[in-house]
Each structure stands twice: as structure tokens, then as C-alpha cells.
Write a protein that binds this ligand. Structure first.
Ligand SMILES: *[C@@H]1O[C@H](CO)[C@@H](O)[C@H](O)[C@H]1NC(C)=O
Ligand SMILES: *[C@@H]1O[C@H](CO)[C@@H](O)[C@H](O)[C@H]1NC(C)=O
Ligand SMILES: *[C@@H]1O[C@H](CO)[C@@H](O)[C@H](O)[C@H]1NC(C)=O
Length: 204
């Protein structure tokens, strides 16, 4: 009876296990890039990174969306610089910089970093954060770059708003120009007033 039940449980569970086992990787390395039509899915399956055209737009954008709702785009890399066709490629360089290339191999968008990595890896985390890090690094303090530092119009759990007083980076959200155009619309942004910080008060 016990054996029978195990067989039943196994055959019942297997299809689910196969479906839930991620077949799409969550990382790129200098040896492995993705092109339009391919994507990364975070290890827990919550978020997907890939290429899309919002609404009626013909432009191609690199973005992150919820896997359960592909219309729910939470981050866009090349907000201001859409690709004109489906030949975009996302790579991480040997220096640990993410570059989005068009068909003429020109950089349409890139991340930046003040450090280099011996073994650069770009990973889509299950929080929706796209990070560049060295090897198996897990401490966010040591990440070379993270999309959570460059917010678009969506504030996700674990994101921070406002000034990083160490790097001088300001994190703020800004709305899309329209549902067909993720470019930032300057007049609608939510920022933290720099003057409110004690550090700034010292100057005043
Ligand atoms: C690629 O981008 C470069 C720089 O923005 C641009 O001059 C070139 O026309 C683009 N190529 C294509 C095929 O869109
Ligand atoms: C990265 O680029 C942003 C926006 O251009 C800039 O504010 C920031 O200082 C840069 N960071 C580094 C580490 O170069
Ligand atoms: C990262 O972790 C994997 C699996 O745990 C291991 O095989 C690999 O050697 C590690 N890489 C580095 C650079 O530590």
C-alpha cells in the first residue's frame, strides 16, 4: 500500500516538478549573452528579463516584468533609446558592464561601474533586481551595479528611494511618458528632497 501510494504521489507530482523546474537561466556571463526572443527568469520564477514593445510602440526595449503578468513591466533599461528592430543583444563585458547592442554592434544602453570583476556575472534576482557581481557574490554591498539603483516607474519591495550618501547617487521613480513610451516624463517624478537630509543641513 505504501509503495502504491509512493508511485501514485510520484506520477502525480512529476509533471509539476518538470514544469516548475526553471529551464530558463537567471544569469549571463561574458561567454553567454541573450538576444531578442530570449530571456532570463529569476530562480524562484517571479520575474523575467527580456525584450518587449510596449503598447502600440514598434521600438524594442529591454525590461523586467512579472512572469505572471507580462504586461506588468517593472523596469526598463533603454527607456530613452529604443532599438529599431529585433536584433538587440544583451551582454556583460569582461569588465562587468552590461551593454545592450544594436545590429551595428553599437551600444544603445549600458550599465556602469567603478570597479571591475574577475568573474563577472549578471543575475536576475527573485526580488526583480538585475545585478552585476563577481562570481557567487551574494552581499549586495559588493555588487558592481544593480537595477534597483536606477528605478523607473515601479517601486518594488527591497528598493530604496533617495540619496545614497556614500556614492552620492539619487534614487527616484519617474513615470512613463505614455503607455506606449517608457521614456521618463520629467514633470512626474517622486524624489526625496536632498535638503531634508541632516548631512545637507551641515552645509546650510
Ligand atoms: C545603432 O546605434 C547607433 C548609435 O546609436 C546608430 O548610429 C545606428 O544607426 C544604429 N543601428 C541600427 C541598425 O539601428
Ligand atoms: C553611473 O551613471 C549614472 C548616471 O549617468 C551616474 O549618476 C553615476 O555616477 C554613475 N556611476 C558610476 C559608478 O560611474
Ligand atoms: C559558484 O558556485 C558554483 C556552485 O555552487 C560553483 O561550482 C562555482 O565554482 C562557484 N564559482 C565561484 C567563482 O566561486
Amino acid at each position: 500500500m505504501q509503495a502504491l501510494r509512493s508511485i501514485f504521489v510520484c506520477s502525480f507530482l512529476f509533471p509539476f516538478l518538470r514544469i516548475s523546474t526553471p529551464t530558463t537561466p537567471d544569469t549571463i556571463t561574458p561567454n553567454r549573452y541573450i538576444r531578442d526572443g530570449e530571456s532570463l527568469v529569476s530562480a524562484g520564477g517571479s520575474f523575467e528579463l527580456g525584450f518587449f514593445s510596449p503598447g502600440k510602440s514598434n521600438g524594442r526595449y529591454l525590461g523586467i516584468w512579472y512572469t505572471v503578468d507580462t504586461e506588468a513591466v517593472v523596469w526598463v533599461a533603454n527607456r530613452e533609446t529604443p532599438l529599431g528592430d529585433t536584433s538587440g543583444v544583451l551582454k556583460v563585458t569582461e569588465q562587468g558592464v552590461l551593454v545592450l547592442l544594436n545590429s551595428s554592434n553599437s551600444i544603445v544602453w549600458s550599465s556602469n561601474t567603478s570597479r571591475t570583476a574577475g568573474n563577472p556575472v549578471s543575475q536576475l534576482l527573485d526580488s526583480g533586481n538585475l545585478v552585476v557581481k563577481d562570481g557567487n557574490e551574494t552581499n549586495p554591498v559588493n555588487f558592481l551595479w544593480q537595477s534597483f539603483d536606477y528605478l523607473c516607474d515601479t517601486f518594488l519591495p527591497e528598493m530604496k528611494l533617495g540619496w545614497d550618501l556614500v556614492t552620492g547617487l539619487e534614487r527616484y521613480v519617474s513615470s512613463w511618458r505614455s503607455k506606449d513610451d517608457p521614456a521618463a516624463r520629467g514633470e512626474f517624478s517622486l524624489r526625496i528632497d536632498h535638503r531634508g537630509f541632516p548631512q545637507a543641513d551641515v552645509d546650510g
